[in-house]
Design a protein around this ligand. Sequence first.
Ligand code: SAM
Length: 299
Amino acid sequence: MHNDPKDHTGLPQAPFTPDPRDLAPGLYLVATPIGNLRDITLRALDVLAGAEQVLAEDTRMSRRLFDAYGLAPKCSPYHEHNADRRRDSIIKALEDGARIALISDAGTPLISDPGYKLVREAARRDISVFAIPGPSAVLSALCVSGLPSDRFLFAGFLPPKSAARKRVLETLKAVPATLVFYETANRLHSVLTDMHEVLGPRPAVLARELTKRYESLYRAPLDTLGAQVPDDELRGEMVLVIGPPDAQDHWNEAQIDAALLDAMRHQSLKSAVDDIAKLCGQPRRDVYRRALDLQKRHE
Ligand code: SAM
């Protein structure tokens, strides 16, 4: 970076005016705040200042962020309604060596936001794609939820209609992982009702307005969570985090044996036991005993 002022920490200060030549050519996926405007990395600011073009979902909304940091990038809209039309010319510019940044309205681009097809096309053509990581509502909600974070499935938005929603929930019911959904406030109660019907009274967390002034968090089983949320909080942005199924409910002995046999075909006994014990939620020593027994019977 050239000529940028540094304070006593040695970190660059605004205004961020890196020389565009310091950025390698390519597509930059830049994460931006999900509420609190201070949640932006120094590197994100460098890239937004240095890119020849910033593609934004909503240019007016992104202007707030640029103004807060004294940035004035060349910014054009890239959203679900014009993406197909614009993609070829963006790819052409990237092939000619441009540095282009993609941002969404909030958080990490591509996470329930436009960008996937652009990255796929860039990858097909060997164009460099760089992650400029930062905020994302899914990870923030998972981390504050207090629910198991070692294994999770992000399922984005559920369908708006109850029947379709329940069908999707049925496909997720046996997944041995914490489930994370984006949801809208006006559907919260009907979604919780459907979730309880399909998934049972699993532990759940509603994370609202994360990083914002009126951030709030509600933790309760699925059948009582809705009643905890005051009516005046049925607005704003929200994420629902649902605990994993009680594993023993979903794995009978025959299923554990079948999974063990399958795993032991291409893994050592020890690693098969480790994996299956984790998946079925049974104590490792019990699964180990079953595995030894199976091994003897199949010798
Ligand atoms: N790309 C974003 C990300 O990385 O999180 C998400 C974009 S998605 C179109 C928008 C949804 O994310 C909202 O409807 C809400 O479910 C969730 N969301 C975004 N900001 C949030 C916040 N501050 N608190 C809670 N949920 C948020």
